[in-house]
Design a protein around this ligand. Structure first.
Ligand code: SD4
Length: 344
């Protein structure tokens, strides 16, 4: 699949429509020194919904753009796509019908990170997370404080609850309690829950690494619930000496294992990305409380991990067979089958 200049132009138009006014970039910290003789290759990996985005990020990296700016451009496509109900504009709301977004990012060369959680009314939390990283001495802002910060940085507020997502929320709400005063409708047979989110990780030819994860979180969550996506080390993590990893799926399981950090640590110990992710999934299983285990001792939920190593090796892995992930390198953008722990 090729992503053309048109996608760039569309994205720029969408960002402008979303009211994002870029501010001048502050002076960057000095990049980390590169090991002598290092030879890498650019690669971008993401969750499967990042198929369009990995091509955009890859093209930007080839054009010399910073890897974090590149992956954020990649995930912006999903954040601004009203049809992706797992992230940004059109994300499924919390139990009160309010869209609350989480995101975090990390920049390997300068060892910096930024995050926002429970952010309302701004379609591109990945860019707000990067603004926290670029313009403050903090790593994470949440709730109304995050919103205030975003507005001060020039992000424009908008209603993120699309009509489609509002209808899905109303169906869920009506079905919640058989004794309430909301009537069920014939078309209510399927209540939509998202298992979405987008994580994207990249490495450049020079071996510079970056990662970002952005989500509307669990559909119909309790207001204020935060998943793994905005937590550095859980939803994503990168270390310029090693590589990067990130996740989608049940955030509660991921937070307890600091899974993205753990995957990078396994790679640091010498494991290939695939083995690092499978070992991380084993840790998730070991840390699963009995109420979330099936009779065969395997988790009732799924979780997906994505990783790249500094030298361009990459992998995706899921608990159950059948998962796919997006990758882009010199062979173009494509979906590949993820490694897995268990058959489906
Ligand atoms: C969360 N990990 O908020 C995100 C949501 C997700 O499949 O990926 N759902 O827990």
């Amino acid at each position: 699949m090729s992503v053309s200049r048109r996608d760039f132009v569309e994205r720029a138009a969408l960002l402008a429509a979303a009211g994002f006014v870029p501010r001048p970039f502050p002076p960057a910290a000095a990049p980390a020194p590169r090991p002598a003789g290092f030879r890498g290759r650019p690669v971008v990996v993401a969750s499967a919904n990042g198929l369009r985005g990995v091509q955009v990020a890859y093209d930007r990296i080839l054009a010399g753009e910073d890897p974090l700016d590149a992956v954020i451009a990649g995930v912006n496509i999903q954040e601004l796509d009203p049809d992706d109900q797992s992230v940004g504009l059109g994300g499924l709301p919390n139990e009160e019908g309010v869209v609350q977004l989480d995101a975090s990012c990390m920049h390997g060369p300068t060892k910096r990170a930024g995050a926002v959680a429970s952010l309302e009314g701004i379609a591109t939390p990945s860019l707000v997370a990067k603004a926290v990283m670029d313009y403050t001495d903090h790593v994470m802002l949440v709730g109304p404080g995050a919103g205030k910060f975003a507005r001060a940085m020039g992000f424009k507020e908008q209603n993120l609850l699309t009509e489609k997502s509002r209808q899905d929320w109303m169906r869920w709400k009506a079905r919640l309690n058989p004794n309430d005063f909301w009537l069920d409708h014939d078309d209510d047979l399927k209540i939509k829950f998202t298992t979405g989110t987008i994580n994207m990780n990249a490495v450049t030819a020079a071996g510079d690494v970056a990662s970002v994860t952005t989500t509307s979180g669990m559909a119909y969550k309790i207001p204020g619930r935060i998943g793994d996506s905005p937590i550095v080390g859980a939803g994503q993590y990168c270390d310029n000496l090693v590589g990067a990893a990130g996740s989608t799926g049940r955030g509660e399981a991921n937070i307890k294992t600091c899974a993205s950090f753990l995957a990078v640590e396994f790679m640091r110990q010498g494991l290939a990305p695939r083995d690092a992710l499978l070992r991380t999934l084993e840790r998730v299983v070991a840390m699963t409380e009995p109420r979330l285990l099936r009779p065969d001792g395997r988790p009732k939920f799924d979780l997906e991990f994505y990783a790249i190593a500094k030298d361009g090796r990459y992998a995706g892995a899921t608990l159950y067979a059948g998962g796919r992930f997006a990758v882009c390198d010199e062979r173009g953008a494509r979906l590949e089958e993820a490694a897995h722990l268990f058959p489906r």
